[in-house]
Design a protein around this ligand. Structure first.
Ligand code: ATP
Length: 608
């Protein structure tokens, strides 16, 4: 049974009357809240055996906020039409004082202040003609209003008349007053829409703004203690993940409230949400598309589930994880960049790449929802969730930082690793599906301004070994520009060191090129520097581990945000956020950028 079928319409109107009379916003809200609380209490007792009931506060809400009502078709009734109905139904003589009052409700009358307010004028006319007490429930009133609306649209005057008559005979004059306001879609009780929503639920206005549905607001937000972000998130149903706001480096500290923040790796793949309940898995993309067929619904199928199923800790029964699905190259032990042209969502079984899931958030664990827990607590749960597996399941890492300088350092390192940026997160942020602005998640990328700097083609003259797992591989290159020979047509004989750039394992061609360079590397002993045509600044700053004769080397194309001063390189300047774009195997070693060209570029950049 619906609550609205039991609650008398009189109660609703008495509440509205109370709100109208109460002085001040807070008192008005209090009156409404008392009514709402009683409704909720009654609702809980009526539906205690059916927690999933569709019944809600909606039947009352649509009368309280008739201007937000979208389900009932327009009444198409204006004051004048209603006045004529009343005159006819009440059998008033057309030129009787009461009939004139109704028809000319705008004219100043004896009842001061009521002029222009049809409902108030009608109240006086109806006072002695209506029952003292109404007998309709909220549901019955809604039914009658539905009938007025549909019959009016169908030009079925007789039925409209009948419904109005029924309303008149079963409601008091005070109720009529509110009914008229409901029909005119303006309650005039001194509490606006935002006020009503705020009392109903802290997320009501937000939800109404996106759905435009009072019915949805009332059913979804029935429980004032359950927040919207938790409602959206439930096992095996898709939701839109939280997003990051793009922000310039200068804005980071302010956005993070000048407090500690996390710097996370920005994975370059496809956003994917993993839902798991025991042996059953589902994967949803950012737009809610189901990719379970690709990644695997069970431990025996798909490109991911079979490899990760056993890595979950035994206490994990159900969970929802947020992360990025990336392509992993087991040969180079590296994550592929999306620019390397493959589609992780449709990868063939015989691909050289394997699917790897990089997890950075958790929204549900064993039935408990975490959307309202701050990020710092959510990541704690993540730590104990699974054992990472190389190339299959990766636990996103985070670094604590406070300043812009730390962000710049981290960004430099990220660009070195050929990542496109960083994700910065406020540890206190809650998880709000589909939210971007003000979410507490920021994306920072190097500010490559098109046109501000051209790509440069420089020659590789040195190499640096990586750390840890990559200690046997060259992870960075030292690049140089040529000193143009004074004799036209002659090849350059001297090179000035200019920048250091991450080698980018993910570039297939570069990997192949690495093989080509391999036989020509020679150790660079900093204590006894070799005699070469490569010029270093004093103190052999940025001296490489190995060097190569430019004649045996390659030209690479580098993109950067800008040219900045630096004493670490012979040129006296270097590139900010350099990024290796491609190997220019169409160019010969002597086609590399010259000092002169570099100077021109510097001047141009300054001029801009
Ligand atoms: P957006 O996704 O913000 O609309 P976009 O599709 O152009 O923009 P980017 O601006 O490149 O993507 O980066 C945002 C995306 O980065 C996120 O949608 C998410 O898929 C991905 N991402 C990678 N790593 C993380 C991380 N650690 N935390 C959150 N998101 C991450």
């Amino acid at each position: 049974m619906a609550v609205a079928a039991t609650v008398p319409f009189t109660h609703l109107c008495t509440m509205l009357e109370g709100v109208d009379r109460a002085k001040g916003k807070d008192n008005k809200k209090k009156v409404f809240k008392e009514f709402l609380d009683k409704w909720r209490e009654f609702h809980n007792s009526v539906h205690k055996d059916d927690p999933n009931t569709e019944d809600s506060f909606y039947p009352a809400m649509r009368l309280i906020l008739p201007q937000c009502e979208r389900e009932r078709i327009a009444y198409g009734i204006k004051e004048f039409t209603l006045a004529k109905y009343y005159i006819e139904i009440l059998g008033l003589a057309k030129d009787s004082p009461d009939a004139l009052k109704l028809l000319k409700y705008r004219a100043p009358s004896h009842a001061k202040g009521e002029a222009g307010d049809f409902a108030a004028v009608a109240y006086f006319v109806l006072k002695n003609r209506c029952p003292e007490k109404g007998s309709l429930t909220i549901q019955e009133v809604n039914d009658l209003l539905d009938s007025i609306a549909t019959n009016n649209a169908a030009k079925n005057k007789e039925e409209v008349r009948r419904s109005i008559l029924k309303l008149l005979r079963s409601t008091s004059a005070m109720e009529q007053k509110w009914l008229i306001r409901m029909i005119m879609k303006e309650l005039k009780m001194g509490m606006n829409q935002a006020g009503v929503f705020a009392v109903f639920h802290p997320d009501a206005e937000d939800l109404f703004n996106v759905t435009n549905s009072l019915a949805k607001v009332c059913t979804d937000l029935r429980d004032p203690h359950v927040r919207l972000n938790e409602i959206a998130i439930s096992l095996f149903s898709p939701f839109k993940p939280m997003l990051g706001q793009r922000i310039p480096l200068d804005g980071v500290e302010k956005e993070m409230h000048h407090e500690m923040f996390y710097i996370e790796t920005k994975f370059d793949g496809e956003r994917m949400l993993l839902h798991k309940d025991g042996d059953t898995y589902k994967y949803f993309s950012r737009s809610g598309k189901d990719y379970t067929h690709q990644f695997g619904a069970h431990p025996l199928e798909g490109s991911l589930t079979p490899y990760i199923h056993n890595s979950f800790a035994s206490h994990v029964k159900s969970c929802i994880l947020d992360g990025e699905m990336v392509g992993y190259n087991p040969q180079t032990k590296s994550i592929m960049s999306k620019g390397d042209k493959f589609d992780i969502k449709n990868m063939a079984e015989d691909s050289d790449l394997q699917t790897m899931y990089c997890v950075f958030d958790i929204l549900l664990l064993n039935g408990q929802k975490f959307a309202n827990s701050p990020l710092r607590e959510r990541v704690d749960y993540l730590d104990k969730l699974f054992t990472p597996i190389e190339g299959r399941l990766f636990l996103g890492d985070r670094k604590e930082a406070r300043t812009k300088a730390e962000v710049i350092d981290a960004l430099n390192e990220a660009i070195d690793r050929r990542e496109e940026g960083l994700v910065i997160k406020y540890p206190g942020s809650k998880y709000a599906p589909d939210k971007r602005k003000g979410s507490g998640w920021l994306k920072v990328k190097p500010e490559y301004v098109d046109g501000l700097m051209d790509q440069v083609d420089v020659v590789i003259v040195g190499g640096y070994f990586g750390k840890g797992r990559r200690s046997h591989m060259i992870s960075h290159f030292l690049c140089a520009v040529a000193v143009q020979s004074t004799t036209p047509g002659e090849k350059p004989a001297l090179f000035h060191t200019f920048c250091r750039v991450g080698s980018g394992y993910t570039l297939k061609e570069l990997y192949q090129m690495g093989q080509k360079l391999h036989p020509h590397w020679r150790v660079f002993d900093k204590k006894k520097p070799p005699k070469t045509n490569i010029m270093f600044p004093s103190g052999y700053k940025e001296a490489p581990d190995v060097w190569i004769d430019p004649e045996q080397s390659l030209i690479v194309q580098i993109k950067a945000a800008e040219i900045i001063e630096s004493d670490k390189f012979k040129t006296g300047c270097t590139l900010r956020f350099p990024r290796l774009e491609k190997v220019r195997d169409d160019k010969e070693w002597f086609d590399c950028m010259t000092l002169e060209e570099l100077d021109d570029m510097r001047k141009n950049a300054e001029g801009k």
